[in-house]
Design a binder for this molecule. Structure first.
Ligand SMILES: [Zn+2]
Length: 243
C-alpha cells in the first residue's frame, strides 16, 4: 500500500513496516514479524524490484515485532541492518530488562488477545537475533534512499528512534509514537502501553523532540498514518498520557 509517492506501508495487522523507494533503490524501515517474509517478497515483486535492490534495513528499535525478517534480509539480500547503538545488544539477542508495566493489567482487553494471537501466528513472540548490526546515533543523517535522519527518543526501549525524511516532511515514528494502542485498541496519537515500555515517563518526556520537527505526515509502527503534523501528534500523546 503506497502511503506517499515512493513510500509503501507493509502490514498484516497490528504492526507496520515501510519500504522507501528512491532512484530504484530501497530501504526497509523496520522488518515486521518473522512470518512477514513473504509479504516483503510479494511487495518487492509488485514494485518490479528484487531483494538485491534493498540497500539497508533500518530498525526503529529492537523488538520482536519490528525486527522479524531483518536477519533474513541481511543474509539473503546482503543488506546491512542498522539500529541505534543503545538497542544494538537487544537486536543481537541480549535478554531485555524488565518493562515498567504488567501484562496482567491488559487481560480484560479484547485487543490484547487479538494482538497476541496475530503476533504469535507470525512468530513474533520472541526475537530473531540479527548477527551483525551497524549502529547509528542521534542526529545522524544516513547516506541512504530518503536521507533518513535519526531522532533518538528513548523510553519504549533505550535505543528507540524515529527517522525523519526531511525532504518529504515524513517522520517514521516506530514505537516512539503510535496511533493505535496494540494492547487496548485506543486510537489516536499516544506513547506505547506501559506493559511494553522500558520507561514510560521517559517515553512521554521524549515526545518533546517531535515538537520542532519539520514533519507533516507521521508513519507509526502501530496504527494508521497521521497527517496533522508532528507537534500536534506530540501534544495529543502527552494529553493521552500513559496506558
Ligand atoms: Zn516495540
Amino acid at each position: 500500500m503506497q502511503v506517499q509517492e515512493g513510500i509503501h506501508r507493509l502490514t498484516r495487522g497490528v504492526v507496520n513496516f515501510y519500504l522507501i523507494e528512491e532512484g530504484g533503490k530501497l530501504v526497509l524501515v523496520d522488518a515486521g514479524a518473522p512470518g512477514d517474509w513473504d509479504l516483503l517478497v510479494q511487495t518487492l515483486a509488485t514494485l518490479g524490484r528484487r531483494l538485491g535492490d534493498l540497500e539497508a534495513v533500518l530498525l526503529t528499535h529492537a523488538h520482536a515485532d519490528h525486527i522479524g525478517v531483518a536477519e533474513r534480509a541481511r543474509t539473503s539480500a546482503g543488506a546491512p541492518v542498522w539500529v541505534h547503538q543503545a538497542d544494538a545488544e537487544l537486536a543481537k539477542g541480549a535478554k531485555p530488562a524488565k518493562n515498567d508495566g504488567k501484562a496482567r493489567s491488559y487481560l480484560l482487553r479484547v485487543e490484547f488477545y487479538r494482538t497476541l494471537l496475530s503476533l504469535a501466528r507470525r512468530g513474533a513472540t520472541r526475537i530473531v537475533p540479527v548477527k551483525e548490526v551497524s549502529t547509528f546515533a542521534d542526529g545522524e543523517t544516513l547516506a541512504l534512499p530518503g536521507r533518513p535522519r535519526v531522532v533518538h527518543a528513548p523510553g519504549h526501549t533505550p535505543g528507540c528512534a524515529a527517522l525523519l525524511l526531511e525532504q518529504r516532511r515524513v517522520l517514521l515514528t516506530g514505537d516512539v509514537l503510535a496511533t493505535r494502542n496494540p494492547l487496548t485498541g485506543r486510537v489516536g496519537p499516544q506513547v506505547m502501553p506501559s506493559g511494553l515500555n522500558r520507561d514510560t515517563p521517559q517515553a512521554l518526556r521524549s515526545l518533546a523532540v517531535l515538537d520542532g520537527l519539520p514533519a507533516d505526515v507521521l508513519l507509526p509502527g502501530h496504527g494508521e498514518p497521521w497527517t496533522d503534523g508532528a507537534a500536534e501528534a506530540a501534544r495529543l500523546a502527552r494529553a493521552a498520557g500513559p496506558s
